[in-house]
Design a protein around this ligand. Structure first.
Ligand code: NDP
Length: 434
């Protein structure tokens, strides 16, 4: 704590993992001897840099850029870039830390990293976003590469931003190095299913959890928070599996659409027009309720999918959801439930899938994109989705088996933390004191 003052989210993420690890350290004294936990508290490398750019009025703007290259025991650093005004080192480190274990759980050869900037793309023109991305990459390019560090998208970084970043990387290095970024457009090295992967994967994970109690999510009432990339494709997959998704949100409010969210309209408003949920509600008319402010967790749900941001679902919301009969919670976002909320869910016997397991489908499909880039191949939607599906079932089963092995069946938090950690710790030991 003293070494990383004020980095609240980072402390929270480390505490959450370390709390699960007591029994592992008892079984593996070699991890203690090699100071694996102490090493994991310190990223391998942290880069902080100035990002100067000019806005459309010609005014100079200065933002701060970050890349935390956290752990490369299993492969090149891999993790997204987040552009949001709340970004500071504590957020990037928490995300990078989580990413290590998430990536390990996927079974793919990727290490953990994360980056971003306090730049806010909202309300900025395409030209401003491009100039920002070009300036950001003008520093970042020297730290990344197919075999070194492979960034992707996260909050505020989608296909448009990845395009500008890739273009600038190519221009500076004079290399068409497809494997340096993932989340690329389809015609220039991207993978089918990557845009859908995190949301789809979250719902597949929720469904696997539900099946352990004998009933899938078909026919269930679902509430999703957020209306960005993860939320949209979580809604899509839940609907495909026959669930009724009745609400979603953005940072201004939420909509309740008892007939089921109109996915085509939502995509039009959010992906094409870059509009707000309020616009969706206006277009849907009297069929839906739009609530300005407030919490989407006030809406009753049997399945809750938090897909917006960290610490968006607190204890009060968790208690309310439990009272309303929630049975399954799967985190599409990273650490959206506070520790108090997780405790409420677990005490009530709710099936709770933590983000590092439930949302790992995104990074897993990024690794599939890297495979396609390396082999100069492109796979069909069906084949890629099949791979995603196998990976999510594999992650679910690994977490469940590990929880059982450590005497806490059904505790996916424990299962995910231990399964991810042991894999990384063994690799760190094998590679010596680095
Ligand atoms: P987007 O930027 O596409 O969407 C984010 C959504 O969350 C928007 O609806 C946004 O609303 C809302 N949101 C963001 N910050 C806040 C906040 N402080 N309070 C309330 N709502 C907020 O991001 P993604 O969908 O890509 O990411 C969502 C979450 O999923 C993040 O936690 C991310 O780390 C995680 N994740 C993403 C992956 C991916 O592949 N994209 C992979 C794994 C995890 P508004 O528009 O009003 O800001």
């Amino acid at each position: 704590l003293a070494r990383n003052p004020g980095e609240i989210e980072f402390h929270q993420a480390v505490d959450e993992v370390f709390e699960s690890l007591g029994p592992v350290m008892d079984r593996h004294p070699e991890f203690v001897e090699a100071a694996v936990l102490e090493r994991l508290c310190e990223p391998e490398r942290q880069i902080i840099f100035r990002v100067p750019w000019t806005d459309d009025s010609g005014k100079v703007q200065i933002n701060r850029g970050f890349r935390v290259e956290y752990n490369s025991a299993l492969g090149p650093y891999k993790g997204g870039l987040r552009f949001h005004p709340s970004v500071y080192l504590g957020i990037v480190k928490f995300l990078g830390f989580e990413q290590i274990f998430k990536n390990a759980l996927t079974g793919m050869p990727i290490g953990g990293g994360k980056g971003g900037s306090d730049f806010d793309p909202r309300g900025r023109s395409d030209a401003e976003v491009m100039r920002f991305c070009q300036s950001f990459m003008t520093e970042l390019y020297r730290h990344i590469g197919e075999y070194t560090d492979v960034p992707a998208g996260d909050i505020g970084v989608g296909g448009r931003e990845i395009g500008y970043l890739f273009g600038q990387y190519k221009r500076i290095t004079n290399r068409y190095e497809s494997g340096v970024l993932t989340g690329k457009g389809l015609s220039w090295g991207g993978s089918l299913v990557r845009p859908e992967a995190t949301g789809y994967g979250t719902v597949l994970f929720a469904n696997e959890m539900a099946k352990t109690r004998g009933r899938s999510i078909e026919g269930r009432r679902v509430v999703v928070s957020g209306s960005g990339n993860v939320a949209i494709y979580a809604i899509a997959k839940a609907q495909q599996l026959g669930a009724q998704v009745v609400a979603c949100s953005d940072s201004s409010g939420y909509v309740v659409d008892e007939d089921g969210i109109d996915l085509d309209l939502l995509r039009q408003v959010k992906e094409v027009e870059r509009g707000r949920l309020k616009d969706y509600a206006l277009r849907r008319g009297s069929a839906v309720a739009y609530v300005e402010g407030g919490s989407v967790w006030d809406v009753d749900a049997e399945v809750a999918l938090p897909c917006a941001t960290q610490n968006e679902l607190g204890e009060t919301a968790a208690v309310r959801l439990v009272k309303a009969g929630v049975k399954v919670v799967a985190e599409g976002a990273n650490m959206p439930s506070t520790p108090e909320a997780v405790a409420v869910f677990q005490k009530a016997g709710v099936l709770f899938g933590p983000g590092k397991a439930a949302n790992a489908g995104g990074v897993a499909t990024s690794a599939l994109e890297m495979q396609q880039n390396a082999s100069r191949d492109s796979w069909t939607f069906e084949h890629t989705e099949e791979r995603l599906s196998e990976i999510m079932v594999g992650i679910h089963d690994r977490c469940a088996a590990t929880a059982e092995e450590y005497g806490q069946p059904g505790n996916y938090v424990l299962g995910a933390n231990i399964a991810g950690f042991v894999k990384v710790a063994k690799a760190m030991l094998a590679q010596g004191l680095i």
